[in-house]
Design a protein around this ligand. Structure first.
Ligand code: SF4
Ligand code: SF4
Length: 291
């Protein structure tokens, strides 16, 4: 199974809209599966018109840990509080209290406790599930609990679920989170090709370069889509020049189109909302498969 990851350094550039339409286009002649790896704000399902109740199972995940102090064993030495880099422990009458949202589960406090009063317990931080889209292919998705961390590990679980549910798929379309943090790195890891979606704005340009640095670190074949390309012709040209110098193919330039927003409000991929996008996504598909 080949994995194509769609990412963008910056949010709001149309990454999920493009992922959804590319999936629909690819599903015409390939067996595909989607992995919605934007686990902090998963919305790829919405673009396929799916709701939470359309998912066949929501399995609770515990990929994170949290420190728990045994007050009976604690001798109030304060070493754990001094050690916690995340300032997630505060003394209450000498006994450390753990801030459940601040604790990163690193285990440093456990290591320094002289009496073994600290243990690390599993935290239920997300649910992962799968559904069948009306277009006929499967999608795996996750929902992170509010305030929970460990989203990189959840991304691996989403990809695992997608693989398990559709082991015979030719292609997995991975909709990554925005940014360049842990969930993005987890999304990109193991991919065969990357599409970076950008827009011609200063932040779009800057964040595209940051996303490229992540992809290049993993030595993955990469390409660019400039969405809303006519918003700022000068900036668009700058992005094209940059890509030319770095030998990065621009596989499509899509002018600004309000239809993207309208399609989203109707919970449809743009390719199904406006027929003329079929040809555009045929071209994108052809170019990415050539990579
Ligand atoms: S596990 Fe790490 S983050 Fe959590 S309280 Fe202990 S030292 Fe702090
Ligand atoms: S290091 Fe152990 S004994 Fe010392 S304050 Fe923390 S929990 Fe209590």
């Amino acid at each position: 199974m080949k994995k194509i990851v769609i990412l963008s350094g910056k949010g709001g550039v149309g990454k999920s809209s493009i992922s959804a339409s590319l999936a629909v286009s690819m599903a015409k002649d390939k067996k595909i599966v989607c992995a919605d790896c934007d686990v902090d704000a998963s919305n790829l399902s919405l673009l396929f018109g799916l709701k939470t109740e359309d998912y066949e199972e929501w399995k609770t995940l515990s990929t994170d840990k949290r420190a728990v102090v045994d007050e009976k064993k604690c001798i109030k030495c304060g070493k754990c509080i001094e050690t916690c880099y995340f300032k997630a422990m505060k003394p209450v009458e000498g006994i450390p209290k753990v801030d459940e949202f601040g604790c990163e589960g690193c285990g440093a406090c456990k290591l320094v406790c002289p009496v073994g009063a600290i243990t690390l317990v599993d935290v239920e931080n997300a649910s992962v599930g799968y559904a069948k889209t009306k277009q006929g292919f499967m999608i795996a998705s996750a929902q992170l609990r509010p305030g929970a961390s460990g989203s990189g590990k959840i991304v691996f679980e989403v990809k695992k679920k997608a693989t398990t549910k559709e082991p015979e798929a030719d292609i997995m379309i991975i909709d990554s989170a925005a940014g360049i943090g842990c969930p993005v790195i987890a999304s990109v890891t193991g991919s065969d090709a990357a599409i970076i979606v950008t827009e011609p704005t200063p932040s779009g340009y800057s964040d595209m370069k940051r996303a490229l640095a992540v992809v290049d670190h993993f030595k993955i074949k990469r390409s660019i889509i400039i969405n809303k390309s006519d918003l700022n012709e000068e900036m668009s040209h700058k992005i094209e020049q940059f890509c030319k110098e770095k030998d990065i193919p621009i596989i499509q330039k899509i002018p600004f189109d309000k239809a993207f927003v309208k399609a989203m409000t109707e919970m449809k991929p743009i390719i199904e909302y406006e027929k003329r996008y079929e040809k555009i996504f045929e071209e994108i598909k052809k170019r990415i498969l050539e990579l």
